[in-house]
Design a protein around this ligand. Structure first.
Ligand code: 5AD
Ligand code: SF4
Length: 441
């Protein structure tokens, strides 16, 4: 019988996609997937370290495996991802959880096959975390689990060094994939029937910087959007310091590109933005939104926002609230600032007490939700195009998203997954929409 694998992923889309690549490596080795942790012969943790709670979560889940490993000593437990790239973390993991078999880094997950073979040949655990990113490996075929959506990396790493962020330390310098590799990947995904492609990078707008690729981001986006076939194209994340009109012009040219830009603002206060080393001002951000909406009036913007950054005053926080209202975000991810060891912000004076952070995040979440709810209500009576991506067992309904990322639920007599559905919206409930099929492609 074939050996089975189970992967536990923490963090963002980037990590989810990296887990698809890890699944690709394991599949190539002959493993098959299992949903049941206790049935697995190898369990891989793909960790995240962007905030402390992501780390605590992984620590808790790894610790809980002690008993299983005792009952099943041949089980291989492997821990990789961003957390193992942090200074001192592999040592801490080894000490806290001596039953871990393999520790590998986010920068050398491509080596997993050889690390597993090494572990199988020896009793001793295998610890190998590469500190410097090597050449981009193009040979790992991901085992995708997100049909009809597919993620495609365009860059790895980050050079921005926002003062709160650990990503540049654990993911290394920014590297761009060659345009021909990206274009070939998207072409074959479209041929295979994928209907939504998301180009991924920490800062997509700096694609090809330093002449690493013979195209900039706008040119790449144009080339990918020119690929034939009906599919939606998204990209994330854009950085406001680099978000330029040429990208909006390409969006205007191709109806395939979703009219949604994820443009993390982080704060509405210039003092805080400067301390965060974001390299744009509130005014520049608002100018960009105006530029986007003047060319594409229907465009929506989503964002990431941090509250409780060191030194953030109530007045700074209120600047964030006022910016959120002014932009009228379609939705936003909101975070409480979490100090990360080794970053500049962790050493700053004026760390904000937890009760103030909690108060601000609660107010911000309420504000963001109220905007999202208001937008949902405007959908009632309208017909929108949904890409169906799954079936909700509890509701007994299919679900999918419109180009702005809004979730719509509906009933259908035939399998609708992977199909574009025109949906007449009959009800809005919070952020969810409910509708009836008008047409299905
Ligand atoms: N604390 C809180 N949020 C953070 N982010 C990044 N680092 C931190 C941190 N130390 C948020 C930013 C970023 C998103 C991916 O995570 O908002 O855009
Ligand atoms: Fe972190 Fe800033 Fe890079 Fe985003 S752009 S990954 S927030 S350093």
């Amino acid at each position: 019988m074939k050996e089975k694998y189970h992967i536990v992923t923490y963090g963002c889309q980037m990590n989810l996609h990296e887990s698809e690549k890890i699944a690709g490596i394991l599949t190539r080795m002959g493993y098959t997937h299992t949903d049941a942790l206790e049935k697995a012969d190898i369990i891989v943790f793909n960790t995240c370290c962007i905030r402390e709670n992501a780390e605590n979560h992984a620590f808790g889940n790894i610790g809980a495996l002690k008993k299983l490993k005792k009952e099943k000593p041949q089980l291989i437990i492997a821990v990789g991802g961003c957390m193992t790239q942090e200074v001192g973390k592999p040592e801490l993991l080894e000490k806290k959880f001596p039953f871990i078999d393999i520790i590998f880094g986010a920068l050398n997950f491509d080596d997993l096959e050889s690390l597993i073979l090494r572990k199988k040949a020896q009793k001793k655990k295998v610890v190998e975390v590469r500190q410097e990113a090597g050449e981009i490996v193009e040979t790992t075929k991901p085992f995708r689990t997100s049909y009809p959506n597919a993620w495609v990396n365009i860059t790895y790493g980050c050079d921005n060094f926002c003062s709160y962020c650990i990503v540049p330390y654990v993911r290394g310098r920014e590297r761009s994939r060659k345009p021909e590799h990206i274009i070939a990947e998207v072409q074959s995904l479209v041929k295979e029937g994928y209907k939504e492609i998301t180009l991924l990078g920490q800062n997509v707008n700096s694609y090809g910087k330093n002449g690493a690729a013979n195209m900039n981001f706008a040119q790449l986006l144009d080339a990918v959007a020119s690929i034939e076939g009906k599919f939606r194209l998204r990209f994330m994340t854009s950085h406001p310091k680099d978000f330029t009109e040429d990208v909006v012009a390409v969006m205007e040219k191709h109806r395939k590109i979703c009219r949604l830009v994820h443009l993390p603002v982080q704060s509405g206060s210039n003092t805080v933005l400067q301390a965060m080393n974001r390299r744009y001002t509130r005014e520049k951000y608002l100018d960009e939104i105006r530029m986007l909406k003047s060319r594409l009036p229907e465009a929506e913007v989503t964002s990431d926002i941090i509250v409780g950054f060191p030194g953030e005053t109530e007045a700074d926080y209120l600047q964030t609230e006022s910016l959120v209202k002014e932009v009228d975000f379609a939705s936003a991810f909101t975070f409480v600032y979490s100090p990360r060891q080794g970053t500049k912000a962790a050493e700053m004076d004026g760390q904000i007490p937890e009760d103030i952070q909690k108060d601000r995040i609660m107010r911000l979440v309420e504000l963001v939700n109220s905007l999202t709810r208001k937008k949902s209500e405007k959908y009632v009576g309208k017909t929108i195009e949904i890409l169906c991506e799954g079936f909700d067992e509890k509701k007994g309904m299919y679900l999918g998203r419109d180009e702005f990322g809004r979730m719509g639920y509906f009933k259908a007599d035939e399998n609708a997954i992977g199909r574009f559905v025109s949906l007449k919206i009959t009800k809005a409930n919070g952020i969810s929409l409910y509708g009836e099929i008008v047409a299905m492609e």
